[in-house]
Design a protein around this ligand. Structure first.
Ligand code: NI
Length: 183
C-alpha cells in the first residue's frame, strides 16, 4: 500500500503553502488520513503533515505514547487536525531540539511558543480545541509550519545549533540515549 514516501528537504512541494480542505469528512479525506497514519508509523514519526507526502492540503496528524525513548516528551493522544489554526497563550518562547522526517538524520534547536491554543476539525468533522504546552505545543507548531511551507531549519536562530544527529551526540550536545522525535 505504501507507495507514499516522505518528501525530503529540497523538494519544492515542501515549501509550497497548502490549501484549505473543502470536504473534511469526504471519502478522499478518509483515505488520505489512513495513508498518513500508515506512513507516520512506517517512518517512526510522531507527526506528519499532508504536504510531506505531496498532498497540498491543510491537514496534519500527530501522537506519541509516553516512552523511555523520549524522556522529555509527554504523551500526546493521536490527533487529526483539518484546517487548523492557533494562537500563543503567552509570550514565552522556549528553544528545543527538533527533527523532521523530511530532513533525516539531522536535528536543530528551534524556538517555539511554550503555551498555545490550537483548533481544527477531526476526521469526523468535529471541532477540536485545546490549550497545550511544551512538547505538545512544539509538535503542533512544527506540523503547522509544514502547512505554510516552512521547515524547521528556516526557524533556527543560530545555525551552529543544527547538525547531523550522530555528530551532535558525539559532541555531547544532547544525551546519547535521548532520541529526538521526528515530525
Ligand atoms: Ni517535519
Amino acid at each position: 500500500m505504501n507507495q507514499y514516501k516522505v518528501l525530503r528537504w529540497g523538494d519544492s512541494r515542501l515549501i509550497t503553502p497548502s490549501v484549505e480542505v473543502e470536504d473534511p469528512t469526504g471519502a478522499t479525506m478518509k483515505k488520505i488520513i489512513d495513508i498518513m497514519w500508515q506512513v507516520m508509523k512506517d517512518y517512526n514519526g510522531v507527526g506528519l503533515a499532508a504536504p510531506q507526502i505531496g498532498i497540498n492540503l491543510r491537514l496534519m496528524i500527530f501522537g506519541l505514547e509516553k516512552s523511555d525513548r523520549y524522556p522529555d516528551a509527554e504523551a500526546v493522544e493521536p490527533t487529526v487536525l483539518i484546517n487548523p489554526g492557533w494562537e500563543p497563550l503567552s509570550d514565552e518562547i522556549e528553544p528545543g531540539w527538533e527533527g523532521c522526517l523530511s530532513i533525516p538524520d539531522m536535528n536543530g534547536i528551534v524556538p517555539r511558543y511554550r503555551q498555545i491554543r490550537y483548533w481544527g476539525l477531526n476526521e469526523r468533522g468535529e471541532k477540536i480545541e485545546r490549550e497545550v504546552s511544551d512538547f505538545h505545543a512544539r509538535v503542533f507548531q512544527h506540523e503547522y509550519d509544514h502547512l505554510d511551507g516552512i521547515l524547521y531549519p528556516m526557524r533556527i536562530e543560530d545555525l551552529a545549533d543544527f547538525g547531523f544527529r550522530t555528530e551532535l551526540e558525539a559532541s555531547g550536545r544532547f544525551g546519547r540515549n535521548e532520541d529526538i522525535p521526528e515530525e
